[in-house]
Design a protein around this ligand. Sequence first.
Ligand code: ADP
Ligand code: MG
Length: 456
Amino acid sequence: MFSDDDEKSDILVIESGKPAILVVDGDTGLATRLNELFNKAAVVDSSVIRDNSPYVIIGVTTAAAAVQAVAGSLAHHGQFNLIFSEYQLDQGNGLELIQRLWQLDPNLNAILCTGYPRLDWQQIVETLGESDQLLILQKPFSEVELRQIVHAMIRQWQLVKQTQSVMQFFELQNKELDAANRKLQDIQAQLLQSEKMSSIGQLAAGVAHEINNPIGFIKSNLNSLKGYTEDFLALIAAYEQAEANIVCSETLYALHRLKEKIELDYLRKDALELLCESSEGIERVKKIVQDLKDFSYPEKNADRWQWADLHVGLESTLNIVYNEVKYKAEVVKEYGELPPINCLQSQLNQVFVNLLVNAAQAIADHGVITIRTGAENDKVWIEIQDSGCGIAEDKLSKVFDPFYTTKPVGKGTGLGLAISYGIVKKHKGEITVSSKIGQGTTFRVLLPVDPEEQSS
Ligand SMILES: Nc1ncnc2c1ncn2[C@@H]1O[C@H](COP(=O)(O)OP(=O)(O)O)[C@@H](O)[C@H]1O
Ligand SMILES: [Mg+2]
């Protein structure tokens, strides 16, 4: 076969804007004929391009030079439209040459001209496949034929090119439409989310307010009741001491019967336990109500906008959640450089608490929690990644919904991420999640350095 460096020739650069034809024949007879036909010039010289000619015609005498010409022109963004080759060449034949050239430029049209009366069509199909880019021209042929065929092949090349660029244009348009569509869906989802948040927020605010009062007196009553019960129990103990002095056997008997009936020993133990449990329960309710209130009116918190270093916030948050985290995970910190940002620091800390506690709770035995930070343009980002159970894809869109929880009663309220979402939105930021079941979850918070500079 041919090798590209058999024969070094100058690299051809076709930039005339005219269709270019590469003619390959050993004795330049064909090139001369074409040139005369189209360009009315008697001499073939690959460096001569005449301005009044419809085509650029370049002649080479060897297969290697043809390969080099096509490769060279491709490298310079020029492209041959048509290759016109003799069947018999210095090395190999025209079919092999065309096969080689199609590897370089599959769009190339080819005319193979041959003096053999019977070219084996089977061999052609085996070498090149069925192709409408190839035309076999049997010698001898007339000028009219030659003219028609060259015009037709060049025109076909141009039409294919045009179709390709129209297709590309449509593909691009389609892609842009797709992107616009996705963006719209995103915006719609965000709108839905904020709409849901605000209506649930109003509801929650009302409920929280109503519940707050009774919780207050239940809690204080439970406290008093515990004190009273302890007093009663002390009194009963004192009476029991005094029992020894009771002489009337009937009274003693009645007392014993009563003690047995009410199971005094059990009561003594259980009464205080019940009260303790109730106090714990009411503490939990109080915490939920507090969360609800934070969720509905976080601005009522004693918090103010300030320029703060998020690493400081992250560190103090880690101290707070240390108890939840320490048995569950090794904490890896990959902190980048963060500029101070204008934020409600304690609220952002609350976001970090929620994310870290969730991360720890997602890990069954022992795992890794990685905290990454970084800044780009006018934004900073914080990622909290865990090696925990992960979240199923169809549940991902739910995790920010208020009250969505997969945790047992008492452990989860389903409000942590809803509150976090609200806080991040207030900072004109984004909170996103990616997860793989069984591998872990990453929450990413993206915040503008200064929300006041943001337009939306
Ligand atoms: N890091 C995480 N890994 C796996 N699941 C998570 C993670 N964070 C949140 N989730 C899922 O999202 C739900 C909602 O989280 P959240 O709003 O904090 O409420 P809660 O923690 O009270 O359940 C969780 O119950 C859990 O199913
Ligand atoms: Mg949570």
